[in-house]
Design a protein. Structure first.
Length: 454
């Protein structure tokens, strides 16, 4: 990286950043009290609040959101007449999944092969550290040229919508000219990327009942309707033979016109086993960023160990539907529910419960903020042009902010490039990426302030 004062300052701050990320990763801040103590999330929230206070933020608050979690807010005033930029991250994390599969403990930041490993290192505790590094570098080099609001969410991974509901009830709190969401990532390690679209999502619990109780499969099998078999048939109706998502009435033929994702790169990133076919049709980018995708997240049925020769009376599943940009999630939910009702076999009793949802998002890439970020990324990543990509995941807050503040510009950057393996075991962050993106964010704030003065 060619050196400038901001880049030099951030380079000098990296040992401190590693120590702080170590402290923050140590909190087992999964926002599901059935799995992890609420005190772990509260500890992380207080750590974030203390960090903001130490940087001179005013009005630092722990916001009690309607879903029972806490978001952390703070305000750092800039020069008179300067624009306001909202910086977003979240401190809650996904559960570690299989502890035994982690090479090093999930909640102990561990350096290995040039990367820092730990749950939340990239998604998204590292995103908060990125914001801190950018602001510290600016303070050390003439001051922060904009008003800064920071909001750090406590339940983004759960999709329970606490911060969205809080923002809707307190619309004045997060008003800003531009929002920088630090929860996305570069398309490839070392390739500066802004994410312009996100798929929305919904989670639906499905329960099928067919009998008053389990029955002996020898005495009743072949006639008595098996709830597990009915569920399997219903779930299979959500995919075509090639694996494409098929929800009656929901379009699945949109085309992505921007940056493409080579199939060989995808197979390597996804660790697809040799000889196994990919599902769906169209380009990889079409399927990931422009089309719906159904995933069965879990099934309630007896495990193989201890199973009895029974016809099952009940079975259930949790289904995720990723909703492409341009489609209203509420409408997609109606179509999915109607599909499930229509395809339930044998007139089995069906119960559906929507347990989470978020709208898709599409940014205006022609805005002045994008030009400011492009110039900043050229400095932070010498020789590289900023790329604009989509992301298959969801950040429900984006649409809430777009609805509340339609004039605000929105940029999505972050540390979740493919090697980070977010949501999987052995999540990690590249310290070089953390450093470069912190430089980019700091320079963006300078560029953006100048564009508003001009």
């Amino acid at each position: 990286m060619s050196q400038n004062p901001i880049a030099e300052t951030i380079a000098s701050l990296m040992p401190r950043a590693k120590q702080e990320l170590t402290e923050l990763v140590a909190f087992q801040s999964v926002a599901d009290w059935a799995q992890f103590p609420q005190s772990e999330s509260e500890g992380a929230a207080n750590w974030v609040a203390d960090a903001l206070r130490a940087e001179g933020f005013q009005n630092v608050s722990l916001l009690d959101t309607p879903d029972g979690t806490q978001s952390v807010y703070g305000f750092l005033p800039g020069p008179e007449g300067a624009p306001t930029v909202l910086l977003y991250a979240h401190y809650d994390v996904q559960p570690p999944l299989d502890d035994a599969a982690w090479i090093s403990p999930a909640f102990e930041l561990t350096e290995r092969d040039g990367r820092w490993y730990g749950r939340g290192a990239a998604d998204c505790k590292g995103g908060f550290i990125m914001h801190l590094l950018a602001l510290r570098a600016l303070k050390a080099n003439g001051g922060v040229p904009v008003n800064v609001k920071v909001i750090v969410e406590g339940s983004e991974e759960q999709g329970t919508g606490g911060l969205q509901q809080y923002a809707e009830a307190h619309p004045e709190l997060l008003t800003a000219d531009t929002v920088v969401i630090g929860d996305a990532g570069n398309f490839r390690l070392g390739l500066p990327t802004v994410t312009a679209t996100l798929r929305g999502m919904t989670l639906i619990k499905v329960k099928i009942d067919t009998l008053g109780g389990n029955l002996h499969s020898g005495m009743f099998g072949g006639v008595a309707p098996d709830a597990l078999a009915a569920l399997i048939r219903l779930l299979d109706s959500l995919r075509a033979a090639d694996g494409s998502t098929t929800v009656d009435g929901l379009a699945s033929d949109a085309v992505w016109e921007g940056l493409q994702y080579p199939e060989a790169d995808f197979r390597a990133d996804a660790k697809v086993l040799d000889g196994v076919e990919l599902i769906g049709e169209g380009t990889i980018a079409d399927r990931l960023w422009a089309r719906p995708a159904v995933t069965v997240l879990g099934i309630d049925c007896p495990p193989v160990v201890g199973a009895t020769p029974s016809v099952h009376a009940s079975a259930g599943a949790l289904i995720s539907l990723r909703v492409p940009p341009g489609v209203d999630t509420a409408e997609a939910i109606k179509l999915l529910e109607a599909h499930l009702v229509a395809h339930t076999p044998w007139q089995a009793h069906l119960e559906l419960e929507v347990v989470g949802q978020g709208q898709p998002f599409q940014a205006d890439t022609s805005s002045p903020a994008y030009a400011s970020m492009a110039a900043a990324m050229q400095v932070a990543y010498p020789g590289q042009e900023m790329q604009v990509a989509g992301m298959g995941g969801s950040i429900p807050l984006c649409n809430t902010l777009t609805t509340l503040y339609p004039e605000a510009e929105m940029l999505l950057i972050g540390l979740s490039e493919p090697e980070a393996q977010i949501h999987a075991v052995n999540e990690s962050v590249s310290p070089q990426e953390l450093e470069r993106l912190s430089v980019a964010e700091a320079l963006f704030l300078v560029n953006y302030a100048e564009s508003k003065r001009g």
